[in-house]
Design a protein around this ligand. Structure first.
Ligand SMILES: NC(=O)c1ccc[n+]([C@@H]2O[C@H](COP(=O)([O-])OP(=O)(O)OC[C@H]3O[C@@H](n4cnc5c(N)ncnc54)[C@H](OP(=O)(O)O)[C@@H]3O)[C@@H](O)[C@H]2O)c1
Length: 263
C-alpha cells in the first residue's frame, strides 16, 4: 500500500491557479512585483498596472523570462477613466479577470500639522480611492460572472497608529473597512475580498527609512520577530487568498508583520 508521502502533495489542486488572469496594481515594484511573480509561477497570466510604462514593461519582461505570462498596462489608479480603460484593455487582450491584487500605494512621513492638503489628498487618492476605483471596475465584471478573488494590500497601519503617518494610516484603515464592506456586498456573487496588512517590508518604499540610524534597533524593539519582512513572507498568504484553499475566507485583513500589531 502506498504511504501518504508516496501519493504526492494532496494540497496541490487546492492551490492550482493555472490559466487564471490576474491584475496586480503597483506590480512594477516591491510587494506588487513579488506577488505578481509568485502568482505567475502558479500559472496566473499577469497584467501589471502602474503609471510608468518603462518599469511596468521591465517587470512583465522579468516574469516572462522566468517562464510566466505577463504584460504591462500603464494606468494611474487615481483616475477613474484610466482604470476603466485599462480593465477593458486587459480583458480584451488577456481574458476575463479572475484575480485583482491592489498593491499601488505611496507614503509621505511628516508631522500632521505640516501636511499640506494636497499631500493628504495625494495619499488618500492613491491608497484608498485607487483601491475603490479598481475594485469597482473589476468587481462589476466579477459580479456579472459570479466569481472572483480580490486582495487589497493594507498595512500594519490599518490596525495601529504610526507617528508621522496620519494620511497613510487613515488611508490604510479605510482599505480594511472597504475590504469588509465589499466582502459582504459581493459574497452572494461568489467573490471573496480580503486584505494583507504587512509590517515593514524590504522594498523601495522604505529604502530611505532603512538607512536611518536607529531604524534596525526600533524594529528589534517593536517587532516581536525582530526583523524587517521580505516580500517572500507574503507569498503563502497570497496563494491561499487567490486559490481554492481560501474559498471560505472573506473580509479579513491578515497581518503579516512579525507580530508588530499584537502589542
Ligand atoms: N514596504 C512596506 O514596508 C509596506 C508596508 C505595509 C504596506 N505596504 C503597502 O504595500 C503596497 C506596495 O508597497 P511597496 O513597498 O511595494 O512600494 P513600492 O516599491 O514603492 O511600489 C509602489 C508601486 O505602486 C505604483 N503606484 C504608485 N502610485 C500609483 C498610481 N497612482 N497608479 C498606479 N500605480 C501606482 C508604483 O509604480 P509607478 O510609480 O510607476 O506608478 C509601484 O509599482 C503599498 O500599498 C504600501 O502602502 C508597504
Amino acid at each position: 500500500m502506498k504511504s501518504m508521502a508516496d501519493k504526492g502533495n494532496a494540497l496541490g489542486p487546492m492551490f492550482d491557479l493555472s490559466g487564471k488572469v490576474g491584475i496586480v496594481t503597483g506590480g512594477s515594484s516591491g510587494i506588487g512585483l513579488s506577488l505578481a511573480k509568485v502568482l505567475a509561477q502558479s500559472g496566473v497570466k499577469i497584467a501589471i498596472v502602474n503609471r510608468t510604462a518603462g518599469t511596468g514593461e521591465k517587470a512583465a519582461a522579468e516574469i516572462r523570462k522566468e517562464g510566466g505570462i505577463a504584460a504591462s498596462f500603464p494606468a494611474d489608479v487615481t483616475k477613474k477613466d484610466d482604470v476603466a480603460a485599462v480593465v477593458d484593455a486587459i480583458e480584451g487582450e488577456m481574458g476575463a479577470v479572475d484575480i485583482l491584487v491592489n498593491s499601488a500605494g505611496i507614503n509621505i512621513r511628516k508631522k500632521t500639522v505640516e501636511f499640506t492638503l494636497s499631500e493628504w489628498q495625494q495619499i488618500l487618492d492613491t491608497n484608498l480611492t485607487g483601491v475603490f476605483l479598481a475594485c469597482q471596475a473589476v468587481g462589476r465584471r466579477m459580479i456579472a460572472r459570479g466569481k472572483g478573488r480580490i486582495v487589497n494590500i493594507a498595512s500594519v497601519g490599518s490596525a495601529i497608529g504610526l507617528v508621522d503617518r496620519a494620511p497613510y494610516c487613515s488611508s490604510k484603515g479605510g482599505v480594511s473597512q472597504l475590504t469588509k464592506v465589499l466582502a459582504i456586498e459581493w459574497a452572494p456573487y461568489g467573490i471573496t475580498v480580503n486584505a494583507i496588512g504587512p509590517g515593514y517590508m524590504n522594498t523601495p518604499l522604505i529604502a530611505n527609512l532603512m538607512k536611518q540610524p536607529g531604524f534596525q534597533d526600533m524594529v528589534k524593539s517593536q517587532v516581536p520577530l525582530g526583523r524587517v519582512g521580505e516580500t517572500e513572507d507574503l507569498h503563502g498568504v497570497i496563494l491561499v487568498l487567490c486559490s481554492k484553499a481560501g474559498a471560505y475566507m472573506t473580509g479579513q485583513t491578515i497581518y503579516i508583520d512579525g507580530g508588530w500589531s499584537i502589542w
